[in-house]
Design a protein around this ligand. Structure first.
Ligand code: GTP
Ligand code: MG
Length: 443
């Protein structure tokens, strides 16, 4: 099943974006992500009476004494009967100082692809770790995927502290392990909060249970985290010239205009552009929205543009700033998170969905695999389900790409199965800034 679509970015990210924080709850299955999100919403009074009534009725039906707050995001869907989250659930919350878009991701290994979808638009990852079990491989995998997707702030919770009698050593252990992981991924912002999502300690209200902890609650940390950090750090909306992946060609008699969402940098009438992959040059004569013509269209806005020349533009083409064009290539080196049940190997035929273009491709090389436990790249000749690695693809038509670290729209793609159209991988153009693991004897 397809994950629910994330809520769109506000059309004017510049200026108003500062008070909106998007975060994704990630971590291993059953560590308490849904319960924590439910607790956050409950303790900040974001829930309506009918929601509360439905949750408490369902909790009673299932013989759970207290309210099972994981039901707030898991809903009362049939899949909850299995006790796990499958789809990403998006929730919206607001406190007097900030608005939040929350993605509650599934922890189960089988649904890692849905987790990647949820994390792909996040400013911050809320990593939930069950202190009784410590960091699991899945916790590391989720954190690595979030880092590869450009998330550069971690807020970690050592959850279920009630089950270890608020033992400080158990918290220290999780904190030290997470700090080491964050450092390896070059993430400098990593706060670790000891909590009980079930009972609400240190989530919204400070708890007396851990007098040794003097840091922020989860909500305080969320309110203090820099918002929009993803785009600021990676220049998602600043690092490249303007990009307009063409979604539709609109015909008005003999005149044509090209519709899409502005990426990279604002678009203005008069801008010199190239139409890629062919490379024909032209100039933008007008930029229009439903409300009429504009002098400047900001990043994230849906617009249609007219060009000065009668060039042939189709859906899937990219209109880009002529000064700072992307790279046009049929030989793509990229980092992929592979979610296929069969291994990814050299020679595999696959379909690439990049912005509004879909093209067939062939795997020409599996360069390396990222070892989530050793935290480095190692040689590989295939990628198994849930593995992250670097591959080369030969694409049927050339693609106009930017490195993911500069533009997450033109820098990302998904790989889908040729026959079933099922999503098999999330891809990022370029190689991750990660060292190779020294193998024994490799000196
Ligand atoms: N004792 C205790 N139990 C907790 C706490 N937080 C969550 N739990 C329990 O842990 C179980 C799993 O909680 P969920 O919130 O569904 O876990 P999840 O991380 O969302 O699981 P997936 O979405 O399937 O990955 C539930 O039975 C919760 O009641 C806590 O702080 N203390
Ligand atoms: Mg859950």
């Amino acid at each position: 099943m397809a994950p629910e679509a994330p809520p769109p970015a506000p059309s004017t990210t510049e200026g108003t974006g500062v008070d909106l924080l998007r975060f994704a709850a990630i971590g291993s299955v059953d560590d308490g992500k849904s319960t924590l999100i439910g607790r956050l919403l409950f303790d900040t009074r974001q829930l309506f009476d009918d929601q509360l009534e439905a949750v408490s009725a369902a909790s009673r039906r299932r013989g759970i004494g207290e309210m099972d707050l994981s039901l707030v995001t898991d809903g009362l869907r049939a899949e909850r009967e299995q006790g796990i989250t499958i789809d990403v659930a998006y929730r919206y919350a607001a406190t007097p100082t900030r608005k939040f878009i929350i993605a509650d991701c599934p922890g189960h290994v089988q649904y890692t692809a849905n987790m990647a979808t949820g994390a792909s638009t996040a400013d911050l990852a809320l990593v939930v770790v069950d202190v009784t079990g410590g960091l699991r491989e899945q916790t590391r995998r989720h954190t690595c995927i979030a880092a590869l997707l450009g998330v550069d702030q971690l807020l970690v919770v050592a959850n279920k502290m009630d089950l270890v009698g608020w033992d400080r050593a158990a918290y220290d252990h999780v904190r030290d392990e997470m700090h080491a992981l964050a450092a390896r991924l070059s993430i400098t912002s990593c706060t670790v909060v000891p909590i009980s999502a079930l009972h609400g300690d240190n989530v919204v209200d400070h708890s007396d249970a851990a007098p040794w902890y003097t840091g922020p609650t989860v909500l305080e940390a969320l309110e203090a985290a820099p918002a929009g950090a993803w785009s600021a750090v990676h220049g998602a909306h600043r690092g490249t010239g303007a990009r307009l992946p063409v979604q539709w060609v609109l015909r008005h008699g003999t005149r044509r205009s090209y519709a899409g969402i502005v990426g990279g940098a604002p678009l203005r009438p008069g801008d010199e552009v190239v139409v890629l992959p062919d490379g024909r040059r032209s100039r933008i004569t007008s930029v229009t929205t439903y409300d009429g013509p504009l002098e400047e269209a900001p990043v994230g806005m849906s617009v249609s543009v007219d060009l000065a020349d009668d060039v042939d533009v189709s859906r899937g083409d990219l209109i880009a700033s002529a000064d700072e064009p992307p790279t046009v290539t049929s030989d793509l080196e990229a980092t992929v998170c592979w979610f296929g049940s069969r291994p990814l190997r050299v020679g595999d035929r696959i379909r690439v969905k990049h912005t509004t273009r879909v093209t067939p491709a062939r795997v020409t090389e599996v360069v390396s695999r990222f070892d989530v436990n050793a935290l480095g790249l190692a040689e590989a000749d295939e990628l198994l389900d849930n593995e992250i690695g670097v591959v080369r693809l030969a694409t049927g038509t050339p693609l106009a790409v930017d490195p993911y670290t500069r533009n997450r729209i033109t820098g990302s793609f998904v790989l889908v199965d040729e026959a079933t159209n099922a999503t098999l991988a999330a891809g990022m153009v370029g190689t991750p800034p990660l060292a190779h693991v020294q193998r024994p004897g490799s000196g």
